[in-house]
Design a protein around this ligand. Structure first.
Ligand SMILES: NC(=O)C1=CN([C@@H]2O[C@H](COP(=O)(O)OP(=O)(O)OC[C@H]3O[C@@H](n4cnc5c(N)ncnc54)[C@H](OP(=O)(O)O)[C@@H]3O)[C@@H](O)[C@H]2O)C=CC1
Ligand SMILES: O=C(O)[C@@H]1CCC=N1
Length: 275
C-alpha cells in the first residue's frame, strides 16, 4: 500500500537517503514532511526534494500516516513524549530505524496497541543499494507491513525478521557493515601504496576489486568459499596472502560483530548512560 502522508522525525543521513528513495519511487513531495530541531537542516531537505518542512510538533496527523523515526536512539523517549498525542490515531504506522531501540519499548512509551515496525537500513541506501532488515509487531496489519516494505524497498533490498532479538546481530552486520568495508578499502589502498602503487591507482584498483567481487558473488550460485578457491592457485600469490588473512580475520570479525551487537543492546537500555 502506497503511503499518503509520511512524516520524518530527523533530517540526517538516513532521513535524506529514504526521502531521496521515496521521491525516486514517485511519491509526491507534498506527501512527505520532515521535522528536526535545526531549521537549516530540515529546510535544506525541503528545498532539495520539494517536500514540506515541519517546524513544530504536529498535534494531529491524517489517518494512515506513516511516521519514520530517524533521529538518534537516545532522543527517542523525549520525541515519543512530545508526539504521543499526534500518534494516538490508530491508523498511524510508526517505523523506527533507531539502532538498539526495541519495539516493545516504543510500544510501552507510545501506546501498547500502536502499529510499530522496526527497521535497520544502511548507508548504501543513499544510492538505492541498501540492505534493510525489518520486524513488525503483531499489531501491524498486513497493509501496514506492505507499506513499511514499500518504503524501505525504495532504497534497496529488504529482509523480514520473525525474531526481533536478531536485530542486534543485523545491526552489527549490515547496519554497521559499510564502515567495515570502507575501513578494509582504506587498509588495502594503504598497503598497495606501501608496495609502490600511486594512491589514485591503489584506490581505483581496491574499489573495483571489492565492487567486482561483490557483483560476481551476487551473480553466482557458488558459495564464497568455492569462488575463493577459483582465485587460489596452489603455491601461488593468493595462497601466500590468504595465509596471513586467515591468521587474524575470522577472530577479528567475531570480536567486531560481538562488540557492535553488545553496543546495540546497550543503546536500547534506558538505564545505561548513553553518550
Ligand atoms: N547512519 C547509519 O549508518 C545508520 C543509522 N541508523 C539509525 O538512524 C538514525 C539516524 O541516524 P543518522 O541519520 O545517521 O543521524 P544524523 O545525526 O545524521 O541525524 C539525526 C537527526 O536527528 C535530528 N534530531 C535530533 N533531535 C531531534 C528531536 N528531538 N526531534 C527530531 N529530530 C531530532 C537531528 O536534527 P538536527 O538536524 O536539527 O541536528 C538530525 O537531523 C539513528 O537512530 C541511527 O541509529 C540506522 C542504520 C544505519
Ligand atoms: O553506528 C550506529 O550506531 C549506527 C547504527 C548502524 C550504523 N550506524
Amino acid at each position: 500500500m502506497i503511503p499518503q502522508n509520511i512524516v520524518f522525525i530527523g533530517a540526517g543521513n538516513m532521513a535524506r537517503a529514504l526521502i531521496a528513495g521515496l521521491r525516486r519511487q514517485g511519491i509526491a513531495g507534498e506527501q512527505i514532511q520532515v521535522h528536526a530541531p535545526s531549521s537549516a537542516h530540515r529546510d535544506a531537505l525541503a528545498e532539495e526534494f520539494g517536500i514540506r518542512s515541519l517546524a513544530a510538533t504536529a498535534q494531529s496527523l491524517p489517518a494512515n500516516s506513516v511516521v519514520i523515526y530517524a533521529a538518534k536512539p537516545k532522543q527517542i523517549s523525549a520525541v515519543l513524549a512530545l508526539w504521543r498525542q499526534a500518534f494516538a490515531d490508530a491508523g498511524v504506522l510508526f517505523l523506527s530505524v533507531a539502532a538498539g531501540i526495541d519495539s516493545a519499548r516504543i510500544a510501552a512509551e507510545l501506546n501498547p496497541g500502536s502499529a510499530i515496525v522496526r527497521g535497520m537500513p544502511n548507508t548504501p541506501a543513499q544510492v538505492g543499494a541498501g540492505a534493510t532488515a525489518l520486524y513488525a509487531r503483531d499489531s501491524v496489519s498486513a497493509a501496514q507491513r506492505q507499506t513499511a516494505g514499500f518504503i524501505m524497498s525504495a532504497v534497496g533490498e529488504i529482509y523480514w525478521l520473525s525474531d526481533e532479538s536478531l536485530m542486534d546481530a543485523v545491526t552489527a552486520l549490515s547496519g554497521s557493515g559499510p564502515a567495515y568495508v570502507l575501513l578494509f578499502l582504506e587498509a588495502l589502498e594503504d598497503a598497495a601504496v606501501l608496495q609502490g602503487l600511486d594512491r589514485a591507482t591503489a584506490r581505483a584498483l581496491a574499489l573495483q576489486t571489492v565492487l567486482g567481487t561483490a557483483q560476481m558473488a551476487a551473480a553466482s550460485t557458488l558459495s564464497p568459499t568455492a569462488l575463493r578457491h577459483q582465485v587460489t592457485s596452489p603455491g601461488g600469490t593468493t595462497a601466500a596472502g590468504l595465509a596471513v588473512w586467515e591468521e587474524h580475520l575470522r577472530p577479528l570479525a567475531q570480536r567486531a560483530l560481538a562488540a557492535a551487537a553488545e553496543r546495540s543492546r546497550a543503546l536500547g537500555s534506558p538505564e545505561k548512560d548513553i553518550p
